[in-house]
Write a protein that binds this ligand. Structure first.
Ligand code: NAP
Length: 445
């Protein structure tokens, strides 16, 4: 990325905002489409959205996405509002043209595009929506706008379902919207937060849906929610929540830049946010495998697996205790067993202990199933800086001088060189390391 005085600024405001994957999505579109833009995340506290909009004008920031909790305030404060966003009373996209800020809402349209991407169309169809919160309103209104014939809202709090059905009817009187069950529906869409980072399922059964119905979840973490698993095993076609997240960004990007995002770029975003094969992180203690691994999981929705945690669970004791009680060879044998049991995992981020690659078999077993192995490398001074005085939980460093630790690190150099990629993290922030790994995994370098 070559930022110059002419580079156009884009970004996202929210609180919190550091977990947002919008910067990755937008910067990838910028790079793929070779545009002179850059996209950053800005934390804006409650009560400061007005100041952020002033800043947008003063700094000539071209576009901002708006995330929780500012979508309604942004709608109220921008200069002009697109008619669809006005119906929603909330904006997730702001476009600045010569100091005039116009608000849009791309969440619901993003869902409709995600359906289209998978080959589905709601025109004339009967849809059941689980939930009646902000996302349900966006999805419901967009479905009504795109010609759904009937929309049933099913929600824990029935009054909210009734209020949303009334709202849809007010703007789209041709759509039969009501707060009722999902019998005979062509589409079932979960818009509740049930299933987010859990195995909870928002529906007890799918009885009543048409036999060729499509079951959708806008929850995207995990990528395959309990609802989608249940639907798949009952033979229904499914659409996961990542598509809505990608396509709301794509529509916003088109509004910012005035350029259509090509199919190849959209396909790339889908692949980027769903790992086909596992990413294995290895490297010496204190190189940030856990932090980088968790960031990669936030970007890709992958499951995070820490082999040291699995070893401790299996043995029922901490790693220092295993070393103390049984010695290093025993530990390495258990480690090999655990690593080999993970070989068949697809699309996970697997963090291994620093010594796991000493046994080449371990890595070969993972690689044979398509995993890509990344070694995080740092000099011993950086390692000690990262782990501080906390060497007691690391049996191979405990009581050692830094020079002895350096010898241990050197002794592993050949094993680390066997990995697919070596990433020098000595001067690198953890976020940058995760981005770099994803780029290499995707074959961008
Ligand atoms: P919201 O406004 O807070 O609404 C939450 C909805 O979930 C309400 O209908 C609520 O029912 C229901 N709910 C919560 N806990 C429940 C439970 N234990 N049992 C039954 N129903 C429950 O939230 P939102 O903004 O609509 O977001 C909802 C979900 O959509 C979140 O997980 C969010 O991450 C996801 N989302 C995804 C995308 C995407 O791009 N894929 C975009 C936006 C949102 P009550 O009315 O009874 O409280």
């Amino acid at each position: 990325m070559n930022i110059t005085g002419k580079t156009v600024q884009l970004g996202v405001i929210g609180n919190p905002v550091s977990h947002s994957i919008s910067p990755q999505l937008h910067n990838t579109m910028i790079e793929k489409m070779q545009l002179d833009y850059t996209y950053s995340a800005y934390r804006v506290r409650e009560g400061e959205v007005g100041k952020a909009l002033e800043g947008m004008r003063a700094l000539n920031i071209r576009g901002l996405n708006v995330t929780i909790p500012h979508k309604i305030t942004a709608h109220d404060l921008c200069d002009e509002v697109d008619p669809f966003a006005k119906k929603m009373g909330a904006c997730n996209t702001l476009v600045n043209t010569n100091g005039v800020i116009k608000g849009y809402n791309t969440d619901g349209p993003g869902f409709v595009r995600a359906l289209a991407y998978k080959g589905f169309c709601v025109k004339g169809k009967s849809v059941a929506i689980l939930g009646a919160g902000g996302a349900a309103a966006g999805v419901g209104m967009a479905l009504a706008k795109n010609g759904a014939a009937k929309i049933a809202i099913v929600n824990r709090t029935r009054e909210k379902a009734e209020a949303l059905a009334r709202k849809i009817n007010r703007y789209y009187p041709n759509v039969a919207a009501a707060a009722e069950g999902f019998d005979g529906a062509d589409f079932l869409i979960n818009t509740t937060s049930v299933g987010m980072n859990s195995n909870d399922c928002p529906a007890e059964s799918l009885t009543g849906l048409k036999s060729d119905a499509v079951v959708c979840d806008i929850v995207y973490c995990p990528r395959e929610t309990a609802l989608l698993k249940m639907a798949k095993s009952a033979g229904y076609r499914t659409v996961g929540g990542i598509g809505m997240l990608i396509n709301q960004a794509v529509i916003a990007f088109e509004l910012f830049t005035g350029k259509e995002v090509d199919n190849e770029t959209v396909n790339y975003l889908y692949r980027m946010t769903e790992l086909e094969n596992s990413i294995v992180l290895t490297g010496f203690m204190g190189t940030g495998k856990t932090t980088v691994g968790k960031r990669l999981c936030a970007l890709t929705g992958a499951q995070f697996i820490d082999t040291d945690a699995l070893i401790e669970e299996k043995e029922g004791m901490s790693i220092p205790k295993i070393f103390e009680k049984h010695g290093e060879k025993y530990f390495r044998d258990v480690e090999s067993e655990v690593i080999k049991s993970l070989a068949g995992y697809k699309g996970a981020v697997i963090s291994t202990g620093g010594g796991a690659v000493i046994r080449r078999d371990n890595i070969d077993a993972l690689r044979a199933c398509g995993a890509k192995v990344f070694c995080l490398c740092a000099d011993i001074e950086r390692v000690y800086k990262n782990i501080g005085d906390n060497t007691s939980s690391r049996p191979l460093l405990n009581g050692k001088t830094i020079d002895e630790a350096r010898v241990l690190l050197e002794s592993r150099k050949d094993a680390y060189a066997n990995c697919d990629w070596a990433i020098d993290v000595t001067e690198c922030e953890k976020e940058q390391t995760a981005d770099k790994i994803l780029e290499l995994y995707m074959g961008r370098d």
